[in-house]
Design a protein around this ligand. Structure first.
Ligand SMILES: *Cc1c(COP(=O)(O)O)cnc(C)c1O
Length: 414
């Protein structure tokens, strides 16, 4: 077995991409293109009418992209609101200086009422006891507090069931310190054209519910229904506020139907795929070759020896694994980009390390950049491609890039 390039020092001259490296850390990182995020926001801005506000979902650390940085960029791009999943996420944004209105999509939990009021985090409410608890907290604070009411129009997950809204309105009538600032719903299948009738049914139930609340004297400022696929495919759902998440992060390939999605597996530029929607990839996940060796034919590699070389093979070891969010299901199936060429993942993806077959990559060297998600030269690997191999959705892939992987924010417009 030959170790290649072993005495080659890691210096900034080794490879131009090393300019991104902080030499005190493992060379594995997620690059977040803030300019791409801004452009995707502008795309949504172009799609929806002027009177419609945009409330980006920055929950779950902005789908893994870094909530604070993304929120700052989206706020200065003109986001009307920012949507988080829980008050803690909103509080983190306030601590970072975000002043835009923040909507907590999951509401709040017992004991968080005062914190929501203090940091102006507007909760979605969906149970009578939540309304009453928040009303009490508002009264104690001497304020009238805004809330958004979520109507469950058929997803059967979160919200006031559409056929129980009248009772909920009775409970609201007993809450003089609450003001219904918004009425919302969420779609179960807006991405599936085969279920358009169900999306239409949900939309109709929403507007009936909104009418009921208006009859009871509520004057909500915001009417919001649409997630990413709904705002693109069902214009009638835009109301006066839309709540996109995925499209802002360039994650559209598996939430828009195939007739408008481009093929993402062919070998052309990543952004070119996305251009049908003018949406750009935001997150790239990269690491470097940190051990390079040549092994003979017939040698087992990695845990379980699940890959056995069939020829003399150049094997690159890369310091990234499933704890970083590279799904173990990519073992012997996934691919990466090295020196503007695709190269297969071989053997089992382990917790901290992954092996790549670089035999066919021209002039591969120690410290070369290895792209797991994102573009490199003319080639690209989308989170949706990784998700397909892992049997999931692109959202789960970017959300799953763990906190161990530092986010490097690039193309920031200051
Ligand atoms: C996450 C979420 C969204 C955004 O959905 P995308 O598919 O990412 O656009 C919108 N509304 C609610 C209630 C959500 O939970």
């Amino acid at each position: 077995m030959k170790i290649c390039g072993a005495n080659k020092p890691l210096t900034p001259e080794t490879h131009t991409n090393l300019k991104f490296d902080n030499h005190n850390t493992r060379p594995t990182w997620a690059e977040i293109d803030l300019d791409a995020l801004t452009q995707n926001f502008s795309f949504v801005r172009e799609v929806v009418a002027d009177g419609v506000g945009i409330a980006p979902a920055v929950k779950a650390d902005a789908y893994g992209h870094g909530a604070i940085e993304c929120a700052r960029v989206l706020e200065s791009a003109g986001a009307a609101w920012l949507c988080v999943a829980l008050p803690e996420e909103g509080i983190e944004l306030r601590r970072a200086g975000i002043v835009a209105p923040i909507l907590s999509l999951g509401g709040f939990w017992h004991g968080q009422e005062a914190a929501c009021l203090r940091d102006s985090i507007v909760p979605v409410i969906y149970r009578a006891d939540m309304a009453e608890g928040f009303d009490r907290a508002a009264r104690d604070a001497g304020v009238v507090a805004d809330v958004h009411v979520k109507i469950d129009t058929g997803m059967n997950r979160l919200g006031v069931p559409y056929d129980a809204l009248a009772e909920f309105a009775d409970a609201l009538a007993r809450c003089p310190n609450l003001r219904v600032d918004g009425v919302m719903t969420h779609f179960a299948s807006a991405d599936d054209r085969a279920q358009d009738d169900f999306t239409k049914l949900q939309t109709r139930r929403y507007f009936e519910g909104l009418a009921l609340l208006k009859e009871r004297g509520h004057r909500p400022t915001y009417r919001d229904l649409a997630n990413s696929p709904a705002l693109l495919l069902h214009p009638e759902t835009r109301g006066n506020l839309v709540r996109p998440g995925g499209v802002l992060y360039g994650l559209w390939q598996d939430i828009l139907p195939p007739d408008v999605s481009a093929d993402t597996t062919s070998n052309s530029n990543l952004d070119a795929h996305i251009n049908p929607h003018k949406l750009r990839n935001v997150m790239s996940v990269r690491s470097r070759v940190t051990l390079l060796k040549e092994v003979a034919a017939g040698v087992p590699l990695g845990y379980g020896g699940t890959f056995r070389t069939t020829r003399r093979t150049h094997v690159a070891t890369v310091p990234i694994g499933y704890h970083d969010g590279i799904p173990r299901t990519l073992s012997n199936r996934g691919r990466v980009i090295v020196r503007a060429q695709y190269a297969p993942i071989i053997g089992r993806v382990s917790m901290d390390l992954t092996l790549i077959d670089v035999t066919d990559v021209r002039a591969v060297e120690l410290w070369d950049t290895v792209t797991f998600i994102g573009g490199d030269g003319e080639l690209g690997i989308t989170a949706a491609e990784v998700a397909r191999q892992a049997g999931t959705l692109s959202y789960e892939i970017t959300c799953g890039i763990s906190g161990r992987v530092p986010r490097r924010f690039v193309n920031r417009k200051s």
